[in-house]
Write a protein that binds this ligand. Structure first.
Ligand code: ATP
Ligand code: MG
Length: 456
């Protein structure tokens, strides 16, 4: 049997049982083991199981190479340009299996474990120390050490059901600490997205970011802007939709990461409107968090409009004052300018920006009752999100009256039954009767392709 250098916690001394893993994950682990490979469940799933939380997904690590995995599993697809990963496709789940990887010195000529051939420089960093490429196979310990935080580097070994801890993750888990593996300054510069991940895990798990880690995070916050803009967009959504968005937002602001990612919005947040500071962002996140806790979900356009709507409306008003814009043109220009402003840091997909524009222009129609041809408005596919936006933002008596008017109108004008996309509307509210564009069903994906590609 292979021996490991890390601390080994035997089955009798930890609470994780095979029953806590998904059946597919257990089957895949067994198949690897039965074919002579090392097979671990790793990362977030081990962390979450030890904390008594339900894992979002199951990641496996093994010494089988991608080619061997392809042979072993018929449902295997290899993905990733930078580092080949195997996705095992099951009916309702995708399990990611990665060959143990090492973070190595720039210019190393690594050998593949089983084939003994060179794969070229393994880790390529830019002049500032950011990892551009990293594709070296390694040992289980190296694999654990190249992970981001100690609490994310624990392994569950199917060979004897033990947990292996190479980096002190169990102690940090007990103490509730987020700590990078190795020097935080180096690890944050190597991959600035780790700063956002540190904030997300601290907020979500109710953990503290270790003191030196926090100092580095604050000092290096401006490096966040160096990560790939599509990846920052994906990561931002994960933070804001984590269910602890407000806590994430506070940490983002305090650390300076928010200012690095959203410089113009940050400057605006620090100004005041009629002597009141802008508090909409934080308030909107409180609402989003509480509704996520109640089981609702939010589309990216609705979430972003809830957060940035006030900023966009003020921008549109300024453009109108400058002259030459109709209200609709000013709104279109404001959304376009906002997306452009963000593009160097956080790349908002065009479709999402269009959705935001639809929600905001919908408000103009919602604010006129009965308005022109209200029936033609409520059957539009973007009505549902616009109406939900009105509901979530209507704090004034006027807003509440509007919401009530449209609710009655909807009740009096029932629409033919259509497919409703899950989570897009609130159960029990009038929006539940609204038409939604029929969506193609999708398999539950584990991670966005952007994040997959970008993860070093
Ligand atoms: P969750 O899936 O609940 O958001 P997670 O910890 O599983 O959390 P994933 O993004 O699924 O996060 O990543 C799986 C594992 O891959 C992590 O636990 C960590 O060990 C490693 N990892 C992810 N991103 C990075 C990164 N940027 N740098 C180093 N290791 C990373
Ligand atoms: Mg995960």
């Amino acid at each position: 049997m292979t021996t490991f250098r890390g601390t080994i916690i035997p089955r009798a001394d930890h609470p994780i049982s095979r029953r806590n893993l998904s059946d597919n994950a257990v089957r895949a682990l067994y198949r690897l083991r039965d074919n002579g490979f090392l097979a671990f469940a790793v990362g977030g799933c081990v962390r979450d199981l030890l904390l008594g939380r339900e894992p979002k997904d199951f990641d496996l690590a093994t010494n089988a190479t991608p080619a061997q995995l392809k042979k072993l599993f018929r449902n295997c697809r290899l993905v990733g340009r930078r580092f080949r990963l195997a996705h095992l496709h099951y009916r309702d789940e995708i399990i990611e299996v990665a060959t143990f990887r090492a973070a190595a010195v720039v210019g190393d000529e690594p050998e593949l474990p089983s084939q003994g051939r060179s794969r070229g420089p393994s880790v390529v960093k830019d002049d500032g120390g950011m990892i551009l490429r990293d594709n070296l196979f390694g040992t289980p310990e190296e694999d654990a050490r190249r992970r981001d935080f100690t609490v994310n580097a624990l392994c569950y070994n199917i060979a004897d059901f033990s947990i292996i801890d190479y980096v002190g993750g169990l102690e940090d888990l007990r103490k509730g600490i987020i700590r990078t593996i190795g020097d935080p300054a180096v690890r944050f510069v190597e991959d600035p997205v780790r700063m956002l991940r540190a904030i997300r895990f601290a907020a979500l798990l109710g953990f503290e970011i270790e003191a030196e880690n926090w100092r580095s995070l604050v000092e290096l916050s401006s490096h966040c802007a160096n990560a790939a803009p599509p990846r920052l967009y994906e990561e931002m959504l994960k933070l804001l939709l984590s269910g602890e968005g407000e806590r994430c937002y506070q940490l983002l602001r305090r650390s300076g990461v928010f200012a690095a990612l959203f410089p113009a919005v940050n400057a605006w947040l620090e100004t005041e409107t009629d002597v009141f500071p802008h508090v909409r962002f934080g308030r909107a996140l409180e609402v989003v968090d509480s509704r996520i806790a109640a089981g609702e979900s939010f589309s990216p356009p609705l979430l972003l409009t809830l957060l940035f709507g006030e900023y966009l409306e003020e921008l549109a008003a300024t453009l109108r004052k400058g002259g030459g814009f109709s209200p609709q043109e000013a709104l279109d220009a404001a959304v376009a300018r906002f997306a452009e402003e963000l593009a160097p840091t956080v790349l908002i997909p065009h479709k999402v920006a269009l959705g935001m524009r639809g929600i905001l222009s919908g408000q103009r129609r919602l604010f006129v009752t009965p308005g022109r041809r209200p029936l033609s408005f409520i059957i539009r596919p973007d009505f549902g999100e616009a109406f939900r936006y009105l509901h979530l933002t209507a704090e004034s008596p006027e807003g509440k009256t509007l919401y009530a008017w449209w609710s009655h109108y909807l009740a009096a004008n029932p629409l033919p039954p259509v497919t409703i996309s899950p989570g897009a509307s609130e159960a029990g509210s009038p929006e539940a009767d609204l038409p939604k564009r029929k969506r193609r069903s999708r398999h539950r994906r584990r991670r966005s392709p952007v994040a997959e590609e970008a993860q070093p």
